[in-house]
Ligand binder design. Structure first.
Ligand SMILES: Cc1cc2nc3c(=O)[nH]c(=O)nc-3n(C[C@H](O)[C@H](O)[C@H](O)COP(=O)(O)OP(=O)(O)OC[C@H]3O[C@@H](n4cnc5c(N)ncnc54)[C@H](O)[C@@H]3O)c2cc1C
Ligand SMILES: *[C@@H]1O[C@H](CO)[C@@H](O)[C@H](O)[C@H]1NC(C)=O
Length: 615
């Protein structure tokens, strides 16, 4: 009995000591330098449009001789997650190498050419970028204030319900007051439900930091608090994480039309109301409600301005560098990566390996067999599923923004107020039947959102349509080379394009006769360009199970493999900012710092140093 008590006391003391050490580090920082020691912003320079200069930054091909020596870290993948992690480490003097499998850096932020025009891959609009805001300040630190954002119009989103009861439009205006007012004008009898919903969105998103805390606090402690039911009891965010969007809308209550309108934004995280967690949904509503932005000069500007920050510390971002495996030392710790170069493999060694390639790629493909079998790895893999995929249609148009009457906003077109039913039916059909039942379109004109477009591409415009698609419909071409998948593959893509165009022309009849070329990207294209294993848009699925507190706490930058870290969209959430916060968490873990606090301090210093207004 006595010894049991002694053992218990020892375990408790060890636990308390760890907690004290953790809280000191968390509150005071590790004592090392912070990436936010000084304000990195400089006055913005002119937009660089020379192709060769841009290529020199975005398309530096991998070769063994380009690998800097004595690396501090190597990062797999050059999306915002990988680039931001590398840049934050570079800001404390670390020499970091970023390796990208594609020919161009940027991941979802890369752009590509078609018919002489430029298209985005995965950036249509981003919220919370008002000058002076915390997230804008964060991004400005990583891009040294060189990346500018142009606001979209208000309304930034327009929902079109084109159902059996006719065609109705619901505009989403920028600014909370205008946003709510816009909804109430359409639903004068349901003002109370709208207020209640907005209040819930606010209450939940005020506590988004709880999701971040879950990934910082020692895991055994979170698990204990979760078992005791403390987390969901005290945190409105975590409580809403376990509730579906459908459940919340039913409780309001709301009419079927209002339910549909309040759900319209679900494609931005890819899960229909029944399976979506209310907190994930609330994050997105809150993200955009004060207006949306688009990168001035197109989304390749993002990587273009982050890469120099990495280079200045001696690091590099190299493309055409497919990582084949993570190298482990004899003790099972990550010590580098093996890169495919032609038919050869080049080993690159570094004391820290960071992966933004997603949990499935990293664990199932890059880890050697003996590590893949570890119970920690298997149990994490068991907690997540592959997210949903889509088909993108890229349309080139003759005529300028004003000629064609295009606007800086997005359309979401739905045909049924029951979004779950429409999606379930569509996904359950064989591909040749499914084309007749596409449940929604996302339609947007990237050229209309970029104020520099007309200088870069006079008298031309672009438009993108996105619609959901099953990976399985395109799976049979998985081993065929990109661009050479053959007639049947092209015919299948064409069938979706043909089914979609009438809806585009119904929305924008003025575009009839203005289309100069069209192409489509399937889930296989996402697999090729983004290395998304099943063409998923947003990494692991953002369904209710991923948002369970226990799962959120487990998915953190540390992995069961020492010296191997995860960053990007699988760490926190998808989206440009989701992946960027994944990078904040990852860097904070590596540097053992509470970087959120560092950033608050830096921003406050800047405000205090500003000359006071004269009265
Ligand atoms: C079509 C689409 C539209 C979107 N629209 C928006 C939007 O409007 N607003 C918004 O905020 N978010 C949007 N998103 C989501 C957002 O773009 C992503 O969540 C985010 O950019 C992901 O960043 P990441 O760094 O985690 O991953 P990624 O950008 O996917 O980067 C991962 C990188 O790793 C590379 N890689 C993988 N495996 C290897 C390997 N073995 N070796 C070398 N490199 C490898 C990949 O090639 C890729 O470049 C959209 C996404 C898509 C696909
Ligand atoms: C919702 O989740 C269930 C269970 O995972 C799945 O079978 C169903 O297809 C999902 N619904 C939609 C519309 O994706």
């Amino acid at each position: 009995m006595f010894w049991t008590w002694v053992a218990l006391a020892l375990v408790l003391a060890a636990g308390i000591a760890r907690l004290v050490a953790w809280s000191r580090r968390f509150i005071l920082g590790s004592g090392g330098p912070s990436p936010f020691d000084k304000d990195a912003r400089r006055p913005p320079e002119a937009l660089v449009t020379e192709r060769e200069v841009r290529k020199g930054v975005l398309k530096q091909a991998f070769s063994a001789s380009h690998v800097p020596n004595q690396l501090d870290a190597v990062v797999i993948g050059s999306g915002i997650g990988g680039l931001a992690t590398a840049a934050l480490l570079a800001k404390v003097g670390k020499k970091v190498l970023v390796l990208e499998q594609h020919t161009k850096a940027g991941g979802c932020c890369h752009t590509f050419g078609q018919d002489g025009l430029e298209f985005d891959t995965g950036i249509h609009y981003v919220g919370q970028l008002k000058k002076g805001s915390y997230s804008r300040f964060l991004l400005d630190q990583i891009t040294e204030g060189q990346l500018d954002w142009a606001p979209l119009d208000s309304p930034f989103d327009i929902l079109v319900l084109d159902g059996p009861n006719g065609r109705r439009e619901f505009p989403m205006y920028s600014g909370e007051k205008a946003f709510v007012q816009g909804l109430k004008e359409k639903f004068p009898d349901e003002e109370a439900a709208i207020d209640k919903y907005m209040k819930m969105v606010k209450e939940v998103t005020k506590r988004t930091s709880h999701m971040i805390m879950l990934k910082i606090v020692p895991l055994p402690l979170v698990k204990l608090l979760d078992k005791l039911g403390v987390l969901t009891f005290f945190s409105p965010f975590l409580r809403a994480s376990t509730q579906s969007l459908e459940e919340v809308l039913n409780q309001l209550p709301a009419s079927p039309d209002l339910k549909a309108v309040l759900s319209y934004i679900y494609p931005t995280y890819g899960v229909t109301p029944k399976n979506a967690s209310f907190s994930m949904h609330a994050i997105l509503v809150n993200h955009y409600k004060n207006g949306a932005y688009y990168p001035r000069g197109g989304s390749s500007e993002i990587a273009f301005h982050i890469i120099p920050v990495i280079q200045r510390a001696g690091g590099a971002v190299l493309t055409r560098a497919k990582v084949e495996s993570v190298l482990l030392d004899s003790a099972g710790r990550a010590c580098g990566v093996s890169v495919k170069k032609g038919h050869d493999l080049v080993n690159v060694f570094a004391p820290i390996v960071i992966s933004s390639a997603g949990i499935f790629n990293t664990y199932e493909r890059l880890l050697p067999e003996r590590a893949r079998c570890l119970s920690g790895i298997q149990s994490q893999l068991g907690m997540v599923r592959h997210g949903s995929s889509a088909l993108c249609i890229f349309v080139c148009l003759q005529g300028s923004k004003s000629d064609l009457g295009l606007e800086a906003n997005n359309y979401f077109v739905y045909f049924d107020t029951d979004m779950d039913k429409a999606m379930e039916r569509y996904l359950s059909l064989p591909r040749d039947k499914a084309v007749a039942h596409i449940p929604y379109f996302f339609i947007t004109s990237p050229s209309a959102k970029d104020p520099t477009w007309e200088d870069r591409f006079p008298d031309r415009s672009t438009l993108i349509m996105m619609l959901p698609a099953r990976y399985e419909w395109f799976e049979e071409w998985r081993d065929e080379p990109q661009g050479k998948r053959g007639r049947d593959y092209e015919a299948l893509k064409d069938s979706f394009v043909e089914a979609s165009l009438p809806f585009l022309m119904k929305l924008h009849p003025q575009l009839e006769g203005k289309v100069t070329s069209i192409s489509a990207g399937s889930p296989q294209s996402n697999r090729f360009f983004l290395a998304a294993p099943r063409g998923e848009l947003y990494g692991t699925d953002h369904d209710l199970s991923r948002l369970q507190p226990r799962v959120m706490a487990t998915m953190r930058p540390q992995t069961p493999i020492p010296n191997l870290y995860l960053t990007g969209q699988d760490v926190l959430t998808c989206g440009f900012f989701g992946a960027l916060h994944g990078a904040m968490l990852c860097t904070g873990t590596i540097l053992q710092r509470n970087m959120y606090q560092d950033l608050v301090r830096l921003q406050a210093q800047g405000l205090a140093a500003r000359p006071k207004k004269l009265n």
